[in-house]
Design a protein around this ligand. Sequence first.
Ligand code: SF4
Length: 606
Amino acid sequence: MGWQRKILRVNLTEGRCTVEPLNMDWAFAYLGERGLASKYLMEGMDPKADPMGPENLLIFVTGPLTGTMASTSGRYAVVTKGPLTGAIACSNSGGKFGAEFKFAGYDLLIFEGRAANPVYLHLVDDQAELLPADEIWGSSVWDTDAWLKSRHQDSRLKIAAIGVAGERGVRYACIVNDLHRAAGRSGVGAVMGSKNLKAIAVRGTRGVGVKDPKRFMQATRDAKAALRDNRGRQEMTKLGTNAMIDAMQEFGGLPTRNFHAVQFEGVEKINPRAMMRTHVDGHRNLVTNKACFGCTIACGRIAHVDPHHFTIVNHKEYWHASGGLEYETAYAFGPLVGVDDIDALTFAGYLMNEHGMDPISFGGTLAAAMELYEMGVITDADTDGVALRFGNAEALTVMAERTGKFEGFGQILGLGSKRMCEKYGHPELFMGVKGQEFAGYDSRALQGMGLGYATSNRGACHLKHDTFAEDMEDQSGNGKAVPCKESQDRTAMVDSTGVCLFTTSAWGVDEFRAQIDAACEGEWTNERLLEIGERIWNLERQFNLAAGLTAADDTLPKRLLEVPAPGGVAAGKVCELDKMLNEYYQVRGWTDDGRPSNETLARLGL
Ligand code: SF4
């Protein structure tokens, strides 16, 4: 119950699909989604393998609550070895696709090997077949979605696909499902492209059983009531995640112009109020909000670009509403590159979904390229005349399109900022961890965020821990190790259930335990769930160590460690990583060189 107890294993090299039972010992020890797929990855491949080679596994996975009556239960994850980082990658997405493949009867879809020619998986309940994708190879995500629905005469198909960026190995290519939801980070789309797998089109007609339906319904009702009454959730519904841009601006934690500043003068032009202002054409940017499957939060935004704007005035195909600005997109296309043109930001967001790219890493790479351009290292000869200056809205949209289509300087931007900065002899301009670019929080102002970034198993990431309360209260590195470690474990557990992390504005471990315990066999306590989270964190760490990463990778760029914040509440401060990191290793039960001790591994059954 909760689980479908079935895996579809797809050997792309041999063109063979086989069904196998879910390993229930692993399900009880790792729950689902992030945890369960990490276990399958660890056991199923050599962590040293080339992430773009056929030995890498690409795993789509749901959790025990995916597809149930729990709020936000549309979540699935993609787990693989990431080509941006060389570390374990887990990218989580919403929309409807995850619930649909659970309804088809599977907990995991495991892709191994590499197809000789482009293919897609067509999956309708028990019927799984690999079909030729030559006609859609080279197509955008959006065109692929339309082609597959037409080819199979089924508008109810749910589709996850890559664009040209994924086909051509853009290191931060993502997998887009339901047109504008994405398993976004670490380049999982490039792994899919390396396997010659263009898309998965799925229809499922089965339900998801739970252990105690009456108790489960009560638990989900109670949890939904907690969300309904929660102030943070109410703000998220009304303003979307972009509400964070005002908070970070006020605090002085908003990375601006490749982290040279921590506040952005143009924030009023791109914040939630700007999204609601009426354009000269009578429209406003924000059309409506939107929910993923089963979600009672609806943080998603649907937006409209002014048809007179330079980006689309001659492109009628974009005169429709589509996915609007989330905080990370607004940050990465706004302050980070110095652009305050809301239509340009929104259009660049469309391009990310259309071509399948992670906006955070694209924005981070473009910001580094702009710094190199302003230093004179990159010139007009490299960019075909596009002035890559901070604040140039046209540079943002032109380069987003060129990268998505893998044309011209877009091929260089497709390397990601670490590789690009090394290529031009300035590795110090890369702003990220383990090869992955930072999200929209400056760790001189948010010290616990700095520790979370440095130790995140998938490279710089804001979604794998939560020390906001501690960071808002105190701008030193004191006392951050314990909340960082505890929230990392809690988040790993939440990421393995099948519901959205944004529920944690209202839900503590109690709400998760009540729902899991009513849905899944066995007895579930808060302690057991938190231990699962800790086990997952340590398993991911074990994968990374086996892949060749070391404690030296748990670091931050010098710009955050040595250059004081130029303003905001942390003016004059640097990130105190060394102090936090030593304490963190001790709290984790790791050795001084960042390895889980034998006692820790034994305690967690690893
Ligand atoms: S809170 Fe937002 S991201 Fe999470 S499931 Fe709901 S709409 Fe999707």
